[in-house]
Design a protein around this ligand. Structure first.
Ligand code: ARG
Length: 564
């Protein structure tokens, strides 16, 4: 709509001898606070200096230059320094609804990403450790960002970068050789590995652990085989979670495989003269940039987290020639990523400026403290999900006491996932958020289940429709205020996706979904659909709502259900 107005204004402004591009004009267009002032307005203050006229006078001249507006507008008026546009709401509603029903899952796409590649690295859990809530945030947010990029036409590469290397694996192997049990490993691999790791994580084992890691880095066969088994077993468990979430990765990478290229990285750093020796170790000094010192190689010759990340970034660029590479990782690593990108820049990689750390805040417990159990260890996704599932089942059973067990399970899973995903995504990602399962699962308020419920409510209308009326040949006789609101909200979806992309912030879409559902529910209470005089139009409006909410939730990684 704004584009259309900008087009009209461009022509009229030209007559006043002002040359502006449509995009520039669009930036000035506002949405007035009150209905009487139209649907869009264009303030003329900024032209005053150039034209040496009162803004009020400019508005009048501009109005004259516009002449008779196209039929899309009911009227164009001035009010003080503003030119106000009143759109023909019936025509607008009809066109929009038809567009939504025609474009279906493509409605909202602007498609500016065509022909460009974006790498999105997210989730990236550490092997031999349970999938905790920290990685849950990265998984949920990263997935949504990848969805948004894909929706806009980018060629998206989703990468899971497993934490599968580092001195802690010396400890793990020591722990397993001392306390391990093959049977337990096969039955509950991650749990068992985590147990033996905790046992081995003691000062007295430090020296021995370090040796194990050295043996691992030199790929000593027995040790390496053991590590490979741990990695495979862990990945298998992680993949179960991704499958539950409906998330797919293009590549499962890991830190381990980067060690092969570590010597290339070191060579290049030397060439560029940025590598320094310091007590037998190799470092890059970034103090000049206020970024401290980064360790690249330990004195015992082993690689570090940063070394491996440098190798991975270079390899990814060579492979994908990405326009952008996004790392969705917690904000604890903010400084680290600044260091990483700085080193890439100093190495002469132009594309370093296109690497972005998309950070997120912490999950907090209800006491507003860092989310952890009483004993202080990490909170496992598995336990959280069990709890959410049982809460969701209770809610469903209250509404459908006779629901078959299988259907109950299926619905409860979708509701639980919606609760967890939305509970996270409705917040600005950089905020810390209180992880309150009970509130997340509630069917009322600003929650995932409430959104699913609104969708299901629309679906229940849809089911009652006479198929003859599903052809959506309608005319609009009269629009109720709730209908106007709903149409307006639906029309905003493409801009909302665009702004979520610009801010790399799925919360924009989450909040939109909630507002859209609220407006739909107001419409639902005020305007009867089936059997009303406006039935065919209202059915089409309900169908358009279902489509847009579905598209919007899909970008968040949330699947709708027909019945709640
Ligand atoms: N596995 C790491 C962790 O759990 C996160 C990896 C982030 N990605 C990266 N390229 N460094 O802390």
């Amino acid at each position: 709509m704004k584009e259309m107005i900008a087009k009209i204004l461009k022509k009229a402004l030209k007559e006043l001898d002002i040359k502006l591009r449509e995009e520039e004009i669009e930036k000035f267009i506002e949405i007035p606070k009150s209905y009487e002032l139209g649907d869009y307005s264009f303030p003329c203050f900024f032209l005053s200096e150039k034209l040496k006229q009162e803004p009020k006078e400019i508005a009048l001249n501009l109005r004259k230059a516009i002449g008779t507006p196209p039929s899309y507008f009911e009227d164009v008026q001035t009010s003080g320094a503003y030119v106000n546009f009143f759109i023909n709401k019936k025509m607008f509603a009809k066109n929009l609804i038809q567009e939504i029903l025609r474009k279906k899952e493509d409605f909202g796409k602007i498609g500016f990403g065509k022909g460009k590649t974006i790498v999105v690295e997210f989730s990236s859990p550490n092997i031999a450790k349970p999938f905790g809530v920290g990685h849950l945030r990265s998984t949920i947010i990263g997935n949504s960002i990848a969805n948004i990029c894909e929706f806009e036409g980018f060629n998206v590469k989703r990468i899971d970068y497993l934490g599968d290397w580092g001195t802690q694996f010396g400890r793990l192997i020591l722990g397993y050789s001392k306390f391990g049990d093959q049977a337990k490993l096969e039955k509950t691999p991650i749990k068992h590995l985590y147990e033996v790791y905790i046992k081995a994580n003691k000062k007295e084992y430090e020296e021995e652990s370090r040796k194990y890691f050295q043996q691992l880095e030199s790929k000593e066969e027995k040790i390496f085989t053991l590590w490979k088994a741990f990695r495979e077993l862990s990945l298998k468990e992680f993949k179960k979670i991704y499958k539950l979430f409906g998330i797919k990765f293009d590549v499962y990478e890991g830190e381990a495989e980067q060690t092969r290229k570590a010597s290339d990285v070191i060579k290049k750093l030397k060439q560029k003269g940025i590598l320094k020796k310091s007590r037998g170790a190799l470092i890059v000094n970034l103090k000049k940039y206020g970024l401290g010192i980064v360790l690249i190689q330990k004195s015992d010759g082993t690689t570090l987290y940063a070394t491996r990340d440098l190798a991975a970034a270079i390899k990814r660029y060579n492979r994908y020639k990405f326009k952008k590479m996004i790392y969705e990782v917690g904000q604890e690593q903010k400084l680290y990523f600044k260091q990483l990108f700085k080193i890439l820049e100093l190495m002469g990689y132009e594309w370093a400026k296109n690497c972005i750390h998309v950070e997120h805040g912490l999950y907090l417990g209800k006491n507003k403290k860092k989310f952890s159990t009483r004993k202080g260890d990490i909170v496992f996704f598995e336990n959280i999900f069990k709890k959410t599932l049982s809460l969701a089942k209770r809610e469903i059973k209250e509404r459908f006491p006779k629901i078959p067990e299988k259907e109950l399970e299926k619905r409860a899973i979708k509701i639980s996932l919606a609760a967890i995903f939305y509970g996270d995504l409705k917040n600005k990602r950089t905020n810390n958020i209180v992880f309150d399962i009970k509130r997340f699962v509630s069917f009322e308020g600003n929650t995932g289940p409430y959104l699913l419920y609104s969708y299901a409510r629309a679906s229940s209308i849809s089911k009652k429709i006479n198929p003859e009326n599903k052809k959506f040949r309608f005319n609009i006789d009269k629009l109720e205020p709730q209908e106007i609101e709903l149409v307006k909200k639906l029309s905003q979806f493409p801009e909302v996706v665009l702004s979520a992309y610009i801010g790399l912030n799925p919360a924009t879409i989450a909040n939109y979904s909630y507002q859209l559902s609220q407006i739909f529910n107001e419409f639902y209470h005020a305007c009867p659909v089936i059997g009303s005089k406006e039935e065919v139009f209202r059915i089409a409006l309900v169908e358009a709502f279902r489509q847009v909410l579905k598209n919007s939730l899909a970008l968040l990684g949330i699947k709708t259900i027909e019945e709640m």
